[in-house]
Write a protein that binds this ligand. Structure first.
Ligand code: ADP
Length: 467
């Protein structure tokens, strides 16, 4: 059911209910808590008595007997019988009374206010005829025998009725108009949100809605805007990764085909009937070996890409001396760097530093950083491995004096599959740094890059110390 229809049903139901509640309440209160004669019941009773007198009393004595009967049935009511010119004939209290006509007439003063004054009389006058002679019957009662509250509505013509009903209609309709305007606005805002949600697509299209109010619908709208923005950002990221994956596959097939063609070519030559001297044979075999090793490395790295996301769950941290690990890693590189004439500086504190880390993963990450410093910064002929201890953390710096990374590329450098020009022309896959970052994140640490091209490039791994 549409909200608009529900709203109308609600309006109608609430109006009818309030109508019944109002009058139902008044009736119940009147029935149980507002006892006594009313203006209306007195008038009706008076009419009944005088018509009885007119129809059934043929003499004064008959009439007196009838009046007395009624007085016994209605003991609160005091009845007095007058002639048309004001002479008293009979009074139910004393038989014949000592009060003057003027005194009786005083009962009429200030009616109908007297109806509610306990110490005053409320009086009603009726006229009747017996044997073509006219009489008055005065019925009076003490204020406390009358109902505490009564509603009087006297309407002379339909125009007056309209004037009375109009405010009642307005009284009922005004809240409905206000509520309708309010709900229409809410309905409009919900419809707008609904339409935008229906049209939502995972494309680059913008789906934001303006809503400056501070209520729940505006919160919903803001949450939708946030969600749409987050989804769009994620879709864009997925698209970028997808593009990179595609280009990786293209690059990989190229990177694998070239050495494979070479291997096949050289292997065929060696396998042919041709006479090949010992030196050439050795050269061919060396090329085959080098190219197969290259392919093997490439495939190993590819395997690592597949495992990247599992670091957070696979990690096995242990509190241990990090200096010892760094010293062992450095030792593996000394000979190679020396042979290439690289000044390899290892700057470590003397005393052990205990940190909580996974030895194998951290070793792989640091090796990636040192390999990069060698691959891309060897022409600077300087590589430094340094540990700086800070208050609650430890910083491991890998520095080189090579070409460095231009400012514009620095923010992409850690992304998966991102390769600089050197990376593309060499054996790079663009995953080394993303592996480092995954490992560092799994240790609740940070990877920071500072590079001044052609001067100094430092990758810093910051790890929290053990408690
Ligand atoms: P790969 O080395 O497999 O290409 P990485 O994620 O390790 O992938 O590195 C991404 C890119 O960052 C490299 O292609 C290279 O251009 C650049 N890079 C990494 N380390 C350095 C460095 N020390 N100096 C200059 N460029 C670097």
């Amino acid at each position: 059911m549409k909200l608009r229809l529900k709203l109308w049903i609600l309006f109608l139901a609430s109006t009818v209910t309030s109508f019944f509640v109002l009058f139902g309440f008044a009736a119940v209160i009147g029935l149980f808590f507002n006892q006594g004669y009313t203006h209306e019941s007195m008038t009706e009773l008076g009419e009944v008595i005088v018509s009885d007198l007119e129809n059934n009393a043929s003499s004064e004595d008959d009439a007196k007997a009838l009046i007395n009967n009624y007085a016994e049935d209605y003991p609160d009511i005091h009845m007095i019988w007058f002639t048309y010119d004001g002479r008293l004939i009979y009074d139910t209290k004393n038989g014949s009374t000592s009060l003057t006509f003027e005194e009786y007439m005083d009962h009429f003063l200030n009616m109908p206010q007297n109806l509610w004054l306990y110490d005053e009389h409320a009086a009603f006058l009726f006229d009747f005829e017996i044997d073509e002679t006219r009489y008055y019957l005065l019925a009076s009662l003490q204020g406390d025998a009358v109902q505490g509250s009564q509603i009087f509505i006297y309407i002379a013509d339909y125009q007056q009725l309209a004037m009375l009903v109009l405010p009642i209609i307005l009284f009922l309709v005004t809240p409905i108009i206000f509520a309708y305007v309010f709900f229409s606005r809410i309905n409009h805002r919900l419809n707008r949100l609904n339409n935008v949600m229906k049209k939502f697509k995972f494309s680059g299209e913008k789906h934001l809605i303006e809503d400056d109010s501070k209520d729940e619908i505006s919160q919903l709208t803001h949450n939708f805007n946030d969600m749409a923005q987050r989804i769009q950002k994620q879709v864009e990221e997925i698209q970028v990764i997808d593009e990179k994956r595609q280009s990786l596959i293209a690059n990989l097939s190229h990177d694998l085909r070239t050495p494979l063609t070479m291997i096949i070519g050289y292997a065929e030559t060696l396998n042919s009937e041709m006479q090949i001297d010992q030196i050439t044979r050795k050269k061919h075999l060396e090329i085959i070996l080098r190219r197969s090793t290259y392919m093997n490395n490439l495939l190993e790295k590819l395997l690592e890409v597949a495992q990247l996301d599992q670091y957070k769950t696979r990690i096995k941290k242990k509190e241990q001396n990090i200096i010892e690990l760094i010293r062992r890693i450095a030792a593996d590189y000394f000979l190679d760097f020396e042979a290439d004439g690289i000044d390899f500086v290892v700057d470590l504190p003397d005393k052990p530093i205990i940190a909580n880390f996974d030895k194998e993963l951290l070793e792989r990450a640091l090796q990636n950083l040192i390999d990069n410093a060698y691959k891309y910064g060897a022409d600077g002929k300087y590589i430094r491995l340094q540990i700086v201890q800070k208050e609650k953390m430890i910083q491991i710096n890998v520095t080189d004096h090579g070409k460095g990374i231009p400012q514009s590329k620095q923010k992409h450098i850690k992304e998966r599959f991102y390769r600089g020009e050197e990376g593309r022309s060499g054996e790079g896959l663009g995953i080394g740094l993303s592996i480092v970052e995954e490992v560092v994140n799994a240790h609740d640490g940070k990877l920071i890059l500072k590079s001044i091209p052609n001067k100094e490039t430092t990758f810093s791994v910051i790890l929290p110390l053990a408690n």
